[in-house]
Design a protein around this ligand. Sequence first.
Ligand SMILES: *[C@@H]1O[C@H](CO)[C@@H](O)[C@H](O)[C@H]1NC(C)=O
Ligand SMILES: *[C@@H]1O[C@H](CO)[C@@H](O)[C@H](O)[C@H]1NC(C)=O
Ligand SMILES: *[C@@H]1O[C@H](CO)[C@@H](O)[C@H](O)[C@H]1NC(C)=O
Ligand SMILES: *[C@@H]1O[C@H](CO)[C@@H](O)[C@H](O)[C@H]1NC(C)=O
Ligand SMILES: *[C@@H]1O[C@H](CO)[C@@H](O)[C@H](O)[C@H]1NC(C)=O
Ligand SMILES: *[C@@H]1O[C@H](CO)[C@@H](O)[C@H](O)[C@H]1NC(C)=O
Length: 469
Amino acid sequence: MFVSLMILLTLAAWTSGENPALQVVLTDKGLQYGKHVGAGWLQEKLGQVSLPDITGAVWGVKYTLSGITVQKCDFPEPIIKFSQDTTGFNTSILGFDIAVAGQWATSFGIIKGGGAFSAALFAVNVVSVVELGTDADGRLSVSSLSCNAQVGDIMMRFSGKTSGVIQAFVNHFKGRIKSEIQSKICPGVEQSIASLEHHLQAINVSFAVGPDLTLNISLTSMPLINPTSLTLGFKGEFISSKTHQEPRFVAKPFTLPQQPGFMLSGGLSEYTVNSAAYGYYSAGLLEALISDSMIPPGSPVRLNTTSMGPFIPQLPKLFPDLLMELQLYVRETPMVSFQSGAVHLTLLGTAKAFAIQLNSTRTPLFKLNADSSFSGKGWISDKKLKGKVAMDNFTLTLEETEVGKFDTNPLEKMVKMAVTMGLLAPVNEKLAEGFDLPRMKHGTLRNPVLKVEEGFISVSSDVDLWLTD
Ligand SMILES: *[C@@H]1O[C@H](CO)[C@@H](O)[C@H](O)[C@H]1NC(C)=O
Ligand SMILES: *[C@@H]1O[C@H](CO)[C@@H](O)[C@H](O)[C@H]1NC(C)=O
Ligand SMILES: *[C@@H]1O[C@H](CO)[C@@H](O)[C@H](O)[C@H]1NC(C)=O
Ligand SMILES: *[C@@H]1O[C@H](CO)[C@@H](O)[C@H](O)[C@H]1NC(C)=O
Ligand SMILES: *[C@@H]1O[C@H](CO)[C@@H](O)[C@H](O)[C@H]1NC(C)=O
Ligand SMILES: *[C@@H]1O[C@H](CO)[C@@H](O)[C@H](O)[C@H]1NC(C)=O
């Protein structure tokens, strides 16, 4: 049942033909580091826990073990491997020794006794096979495929009233007590995996990013496992929280280069960025009405017919000294493309100009197409994302006019300068300072490297993890 469901899910994921726009790769280096940190945390945690009381009865002898604390534990470095044929991880802990101490109490008919006890388990082996998958909503899921536990030897020492009787009793039933403890290990392991699964199920596969966009990070296929890495492919699509319209373009496939020297790699397709642009565009958010009051006070050029005189000589004659307004919008979704080493942005915009008559009527003057292209570079240094953008091309063409033809070249030069000085200069200043990399609750990136590749951006990094409660 479970297997056929998985096959169905896998097929559904493949036949939907969706390419992941976001990919995350965990390498063996990352897996081993994560294991090491996890094992250290577990060792520390085991030293602090109080184990639950154990009560039972063997052949009419009722016993209670209480106040059990771990005295010493020798937790060996676990072994963990990616397992391709079972799509998951195989973990084994071999030769684990643990010493505990507590109180005992027993009753056997009229014989009652109690006191302190100490116990040690030697050569405990636990082998667990964990399977990864996806659920119907595209969430990562984990389940225990098999678990096997063995206790090599057990030693118990009792002191106190009638301890001699219980000691003899325990020595006699040692094998039975050992197998009872042995049988409790795997349910404990399975419970931790179930609790991890419970946490995974609470993750939202789609969440709001700002007031206008929703990011969908459902998995597009089963986790991909080979002996050296785990790859997760996420949809990585923004959609408008208002229109819920999916973009009319699709994500192109891409393959993150193998980076075994780093713990983690991530890839972001240009599709993710373009879907965000489409989200804004489809919700009508990429338009603006510009009035003179929005032009910086220091600007030598104002948005009025007098000030436009040098560029459009007939304008002040037809409409003397009137304020103007510009209606700006994009004609198509702005498109970003990632090419080896650089990011390119094409913006096809239109500007409609109006004169505001003294009685507030808006008189249309002309319509210009303003097409621009920008290119940028990005890199990570001093734990900050830095970059630099430049305007590569800007053209103005007269589409419609109510005031007669005019040469757009002088206006084009002026706007180009205004964009370079007024817009790009402060942006570049901010980019040179850099932006802090996203922070994680339990870790930080170490020596991240960002690369712009054909169609996607990759970030490879080591991480420093700290596990706390
Ligand atoms: C992991 O364990 C499973 C079940 O025992 C086995 O089929 C698989 O081959 C193992 N994988 C590795 C990499 O050892
Ligand atoms: C997950 O989504 C639900 C509803 O869509 C929302 O109420 C909840 O706050 C979200 N949880 C997180 C952690 O974002
Ligand atoms: C996220 O994308 C998946 C796959 O395309 C889709 O099935 C799911 O409905 C989407 N979720 C939301 C909230 O849009
Ligand atoms: C138009 O701009 C010029 C400066 O270029 C200024 O002297 C004039 O007062 C402005 N006219 C209006 C109506 O704002
Ligand atoms: C506003 O003024 C303009 C120019 O003087 C004129 O053509 C137009 O009819 C006026 N509109 C109204 C509603 O009065
Ligand atoms: C700038 O854009 C125009 C029109 O889109 C195009 O003809 C021209 O080749 C472009 N120039 C550069 C340097 O890309």
